[in-house]
Write a protein that binds this ligand. Structure first.
Ligand SMILES: CC(C)(COP(=O)(O)OP(=O)(O)OC[C@H]1O[C@@H](n2cnc3c(N)ncnc32)[C@H](O)[C@@H]1OP(=O)(O)O)[C@@H](O)C(=O)NCCC(=O)NCCS
Length: 171
């Protein structure tokens, strides 16, 4: 259904076009410091400024980009952190998000040293939480006042998937 390839600066305008509001920007990127209106320069600059993120694009069978995420190995070298998970609004609800995350986890756990995958999600983002739970992630901790979205404080939930609970699947 999808393949992964490295993010290229030329992908930035397309990825930026998938974010249609300040609320969507915060929900997706948390406290990364992006400002509204969001633009390709901010995204390219963010990715270029930090050599540690491994930024990936998911592409469909015709090579059209459908998703974006970051997969970082954490300093312990035993866990990875997933972030900036985004699927094109045009193709949401068709399984691309699940396929992309399954592929990301396959990539992460291909390294036998990696014992867990971590991510954070805002509590108001129920759809994303359901996706992560379907993949086996479980909530570990809650930061109560993580961000303010449309005047409402939203907690951030850290979720983890242990290698033993990971079930490889086709993507
Ligand atoms: C969260 C996100 C990545 C999910 O991507 P997606 O491609 O829509 O995910 P999926 O299609 O795999 O799953 C979404 C829903 O579609 C359903 N679905 C999947 N394939 C389907 C199909 N063929 N037919 C009908 N429904 C389908 C899933 O069961 C799921 O249902 P649910 O919402 O009731 O749980 C996407 O909504 C997104 O980019 N959101 C904005 C950014 C964001 O919030 N990122 C997460 C930050 S932590």
């Amino acid at each position: 259904m999808i393949e992964l390839r490295a993010f290229e600066p030329a992908d930035a305008p397309r990825v930026v076009s998938w974010i249609d509001s300040l609320e969507a920007l915060i929900t997706w990127s948390g406290n990364t410091g992006f400002t509204w209106p969001f633009d390709a320069g901010q995204l390219s600059g963010f990715h270029a400024s930090d050599p540690s993120p491994r930024v990936h694009m998911a592409v469909g069978p015709d090579r059209t980009p459908v998703g974006h995420f970051i997969l970082r190995t954490e300093p312990s070298r035993q866990s990875v952190r997933l972030g900036m998970v985004l699927v094109s609004p045009a193709v949401r609800g068709r399984g691309y998000g699940e396929a992309m995350m399954a592929a990301a986890l396959g990539k992460a756990f291909a390294d036998p040293a990696i014992q867990r995958a971590n991510l954070s999600v805002y509590a108001h983002n129920a759809g994303a939480m359901r996706l992560y739970e379907r993949l086996g992630f479980r909530s570990e901790s809650v930061e109560p006042k993580a961000t303010c979205v449309a005047g409402e404080w939203s907690p951030s939930i850290t979720m983890s998937l242990l290698r033993d609970a990971w079930r490889p699947r086709a993507h």
